[in-house]
Design a binder for this molecule. Structure first.
Ligand code: CUK
Ligand code: CUA
Length: 668
């Protein structure tokens, strides 16, 4: 593909003749099918000749241009259409300063998923300053994650993959409020979920979920984190062991419940169609999942054939009862309950899974902070379907649980909330955020725009959108972050892989103007490619400043200066124990024999915060990072005779460079 075809404001027509006609023609054919649907339902009041700001192109051309850099599958929400042009907002003066003065702290913690970087990034809000990263599915040398025995074993036990694709961070809750204990996140790439301990801001568990190829939707059960739920994105045979590979009608996708303390898988439910994204009510009963491909196709034309797909609402206590009654089949050690539409468990008055028809291929589910409604963004439909959660239990016809369907714009993907009953939905194709009033939308006819309070341009192609504490019962309603997939002309060029652009919008002023009072405040480049974020007030998160050795007592030794030592266990096994402090290791040197298996245990005995030491052994690929009072172990084979200078990687004092030890490996 011609890369110059994506510069901002470029003439698309010109770029279309750049030599990949057949590919483009294919994309266009697919897109036309989708467009026919989108335009069909919005043609009455949204002229497709509407010009995009700064671009001599109408919406239809705009979507086609998207086909030049992505495919229609981009509409599945995790890749990109293209946009262009600029539309810089200047703030009106009644927006608070989002910058934070030197030495001051931010008001909010932001936890971003890193996408296929596999990590979690921590930002301060509203400054949008990146504070740190927490490696999760990725090995990361700066924090020594995946380099010491314990984190290495955790990654190996969870499949030994070299990467992951983190999408949906979820904060643990007590009484519907973030409690600051844990953050959970999925790995879309390898069907895993992980837990980050927010005392140490470190990943402490990864579960490789059986019977699942790719976990996409992932969230805790409100209000008390009784379960962690995970959706399999892909349909596969169950079990996926080589049977039924050519029988796609036998593929299923699976909803999984995990114990958040042990991180063990408790049970699964197999359903029809593809599961996508997930949220729960605020009462511990319903887990609601968006879904697409109820056609159960394996190719894109099949997947988008029908006008309807079915949101799945899982009745968690009813499923629990079925499990307790033994109404399941065990597959790979997990009880799997049958939640397919024709399952006996769905036949009576209290089905375990309710299948709610929505316009085709919706993308997301977000439950608003009161727990009254779940919002299902249409993606290929310009609407958001509003599900009345109370009706899930009482309304015999699932279609009637949808109590509103406002028309919000093209490509709605994700919705977030303020503290005033208002919702904000990202419009992927329109490159806008739309603000709308929830109760007005419920009271208005379907496909009406009565509830819309304003729209603001973003740059470009937004995916997730998140306001402060909007996933809890305590939304704040001041700042909103829009995670844009493209940045185009927003930053200095940095080569063909651009940063993404997370834009900060102030939503604290409701106004009767074009944007409903929303104001774009800042562009913020991010390393590819965050999908989602979750924000908490700073008082909710209380990280430790140093390790507490009581937390690893009995698992690892605390090595003091006086018990630094070398133990030869047998002819080929050595254990070395060393303390570390400014500016020395407890062992100034130690000697092993060529071929020995060496386990080195090191404790940082510093008591003062922020004095971190490292242990690097050149040519042995050894790299530990030790925060104060932490102990780490590393095991390796001393297979290269010679002198190896052990040094500290963190600049810890004026004598940091002189801070050394030596490993002497004697030839056998
Ligand atoms: S998904 Cu990527 S924009 Cu994985 Cu939450 Cu919607
Ligand atoms: Cu310790 Cu540098």
């Amino acid at each position: 593909m011609s890369h110059d075809s994506v510069s901002a404001g470029a003439d698309r027509e010109g770029s279309d003749s750049s030599g990949q006609e057949s590919t483009l023609a294919d994309h266009e054919a697919q897109l036309n099918a989708v467009l026919a649907d989108v335009e069909g339902s919005s043609a009455d009041d949204e002229p497709i000749s509407l010009e995009l700001p700064g671009l001599g192109m109408n919406r239809r051309d705009f979507m086609k241009a998207g086909a030049a850099v992505g495919t229609v599958s981009a509409l599945a929400g995790c890749a990109s259409l293209t946009g262009g042009g600029t539309n810089t907002q200047t703030t009106s003066g009644d927006v608070p300063d989002h910058t934070v003065a030197p030495g001051e702290h931010d008001e909010y913690y932001g936890f971003w998923s890193g996408g296929h970087a596999g990590d979690i990034r921590i930002f301060g809000l509203p400054s949008m300053r990146e504070l740190t990263r927490i490696p999760v599915f990725n090995r990361e040398p700066a924090k020594g994650y995946g380099f010491d025995d314990e984190t290495n074993a955790m990654l190996e036990d969870a499949g030994g993959y070299t990467w992951g694709d983190s999408h949906h961070p979820s904060l643990s809750e007590t009484d519907g409020k973030y409690d600051g204990n844990y953050l959970f996140v999925n790995d879309k790439a390898n069907g895993r979920v992980a837990r980050v301990n927010l005392k140490y801001f470190e990943t402490d568990a990864i579960t490789n979920v059986p019977n699942v190829q790719a976990v996409h939707g992932c969230c805790i059960q409100s209000p008390n984190t009784d379960y962690l739920f995970a959706n399999s994105e892909f349909r596969t045979p169950l079990p996926n062991d080589g049977r039924d590979v050519t029988n796609p009608e036998k593929y299923v996708s699976v909803f999984t419940a995990i114990d958040p303390e042990s991180m063990a898988v408790r049970w699964q439910v197999q359903v029809d169609g593809n599961l996508d994204i997930l949220d729960t009510d605020k009462d511990g009963r319903w887990a609601i999942s968006s879904a697409y491909n109820d056609e159960e196709g394996v190719e894109i034309e099949e997947m988008t054939r029908d006008d309807r797909d079915y949101v799945k609402a899982f009745d968690v206590p009813a499923i629990q009862t079925a499990v307790d009654n033994g109404e399941y089949e065990e597959v790979n050690g997990v009880p799997v309950v049958d939640g397919r539409r024709d399952s006996l468990l769905n036949s009576g008055e209290n089905p375990i899974v309710r299948y709610i028809p929505t316009p085709k291929s919706p993308h997301c589910v977000e439950v608003e902070p009161n727990g009254k409604y779940a919002m299902v963004a249409g993606k290929l439909s310009p609407t958001v379907s509003i599900i009345d959660i109370e009706k899930l239990a009482s309304e015999p016809d699932p279609a009637k649980t949808i109590v509103g369907q406002p028309k919000v714009g093209l490509g709605p993907l994700h919705t977030t909330f303020d503290d005033r009953g208002q919702a904000y939905t990202s419009l992927f194709i329109d490159s806008q955020v739309v603000k709308w009033d929830i109760e007005t939308a419920v009271d208005s006819p379907d496909n009406s725009e009565d509830a819309i309070l304003g729209k603001i341009d973003v740059h470009y192609n937004p995916g997730h959108i998140q306001a402060i504490q909007a996933m809890s019962t305590e939304p704040i309603g001041d700042w909103l972050v829009v995670l844009n997939k493209l940045s185009k002309d927003r930053f200095l060029p940095v080569g063909p892989i651009y940063p993404d652009n997370d834009q900060l919008i102030y939503i604290g002023n409701d106004k009767d103007d074009e944007t409903g009072g929303m104001e774009l405040v800042a562009d913020h480049p991010v390393y590819p490619e965050p999908h989602d974020a979750i924000f908490a007030t700073k008082d909710k998160i209380a990280p430790a400043k140093t390790w507490d050795k009581a937390d690893y007592e009995g698992e690892k030794e605390y090595v003091s200066e006086t018990n630094s030592r070398v133990n030869r266990i047998d002819d080929t096994t050595v254990e070395a124990y060393a303390s570390v402090k400014r500016s020395e290791y407890g062992l100034r040197d130690f000697t092993v024999k060529e071929g020995d298996q060496v386990t080195l245990t090191v404790t940082n005995i510093e008591g003062s915060q922020d004095i971190v030491h490292g242990v690097a052994i050149p040519e042995y690929d050894v790299n530990l990072a030790l925060a104060p009072q932490d102990t780490r172990e590393v095991t390796f084979r001393a297979d290269k005779p010679g002198v190896y200078w052990i040094y500290c990687t963190y600049f810890c004092s004026a004598l940091h460079l002189e801070m050394r030890s030596r490993m002497l490996v004697e030839p056998r």
